[in-house]
Design a protein around this ligand. Structure first.
Ligand code: NAD
Ligand code: UDP
Ligand code: UDP
Length: 335
């Protein structure tokens, strides 16, 4: 006799087996701004099992709340300056504070995170045969004397300044990546990320887009740091994450610049935010911090040719996408 009873619901563990994940992906710094958007993208692929390690210095579990409890997702509180033993196929190594006020807060810890943290992740990659991608930065070009910046430019970095813990830390991290590749055959990928913005940026982390947006919403003056003619080029986070996954799964080691070449002075950025968010808000100028790069714009020829990647979202398209998230978190709706 055939039973008419429905089969029992599979346990979460059993359900997980049904997914047959065939790629285990580690994301260090996955509770942060870019990391959590990367996790969203990786989790959309049912073939991926995602492990995040983060010490929550600048990130938060809240950024990952939609995945907590998911059978293909695991979150580990861990500091990458300590050894880590997991079995994975891919390592996206993002762990490192990215905002100047946070990375300057404890510069020695920032260097340790970049150097010891990257060494540990390379030791892990070597042991398990994983491919590892480092999120390096446009800051390796320092205050650039070549404009726009191409990957073969060696940069103009102050080795003893207050930003050096980050800039030089990332430069050593890139060196370690190449030495593990040459010496041990580790499969590496290096992305040089340019300024990125979008939802989930820390509200008060001092970065310019998040600062101006929060100020405009709170109806506080936008603080343009002098001289205001310094430039940056801003990439929307979903396009950044797309570039990172293309680099990881492509055939090119890098370094490859990933960023949006649309270049703005900080005064222009303030005007744009004012116009879009709060036309009555004031713009004021304030003192700058030492060693602030005067200009920055990626040459993305390599990303276009080797990854088929090119950003399409302009600043005036990306800012409204960020506004809703900021208003929700600030508890201030549009009048
Ligand atoms: P973020 O500060 O939001 O994220 C960094 C994450 O790393 C956080 O979750 C933090 O808690 C974690 N972390 C820091 N130190 C750690 C440690 N020792 N052990 C474990 N976790 C640690 O920054 P983001 O903007 O998401 O940047 C991510 C990566 O991209 C960083 O490597 C950064 O250098 C690089 N990058 C970002 C930008 C940008 O504009 N956002 C530009 C260039 C490069
Ligand atoms: N490491 C790690 N996880 C691993 C393998 C290594 O965290 O699965 C760390 C290890 O503790 C060491 C670093 O990675 O500090 C570099 O490892 P490697 O084997 O290259 O060098 P060694 O241990 O010989 O110094
Ligand atoms: N900046 C500004 N007002 C702010 C914060 C930053 O004018 O409230 C300027 C800062 O001087 C720099 C640029 O914006 O020239 C980008 O700074 P951010 O800290 O966002 O990133 P990074 O310097 O790392 O590119």
């Amino acid at each position: 006799r055939v039973s008419t009873k429905p089969p029992p619901e599979p346990s979460p563990l059993r359900r997980a087996k049904f997914f047959q994940a065939n790629m285990r992906v580690l994301v260090t710094g996955g509770a942060g701004f870019i990391g959590s958007h990367l996790v969203d993208k990786l989790m959309q692929n049912e073939k991926n099992e995602v492990i995040v390690v983060d010490n929550y210095f600048t990130g938060s579990k809240d950024n990952l709340r939609q995945w907590i409890g998911h059978p293909r997702f695991e979150l580990i509180r861990h500091d990458v300056t300590e050894p880590l033993f997991v079995e994975v196929d891919r390592i996206y190594h993002l762990a490192c504070p990215a905002s100047p006020i946070f990375y300057k807060y404890n510069p020695v810890k920032t260097i340790k995170t970049n150097v010891v943290g990257t060494l540990n992740m390379l030791g892990l990659a070597k042991r398990v045969g994983a491919r590892i991608l480092l999120t390096s930065t446009s800051e390796v070009y320092g205050d650039p004397l070549v404009h726009p910046q191409t990957e073969d430019y060696w940069g103009n970095v102050n080795p003893i300044g207050v930003r050096s813990c980050y800039d030089e830390g990332k430069r050593v991290a890139e060196t370690l990546m190449y030495d593990y590749h040459r010496l041990h055959g580790v499969e590496i990928r290096i992305a040089r990320i340019f300024n990125t913005y979008g939802p989930r940026m820390n509200l008060d982390d001092g970065r310019v887009v998040s600062n101006f947006l929060a100020q405009a919403i709170r109806d506080e003056p936008l603080t343009v740091q002098l001289p205001g003619t310094q430039t940056r080029s801003f990439c929307y986070v979903s396009e950044m994450v797309d570039g990172l996954t293309r680099l990881m799964e492509g055939d090119h080691i890098g370094p490859i610049n990933i960023g949006n070449p649309g270049e703005f002075t900080m005064l222009e950025l303030a005007e744009t935010v004012k116009e879009m968010i709060n036309p009555k808000v004031k713009i004021t100028t304030v003192e700058n911090t030492p060693d602030d790069p005067r200009q920055r714009k990626p040459d993305i020829t390599k990303a276009k040719e080797l990854l088929g990647w090119e950003p399409k979202i302009k600043l005036n398209g990306g800012i409204p996408l960020m506004e809703e998230d900021f208003r929700k978190r600030l508890g201030i709706s549009r009048k």
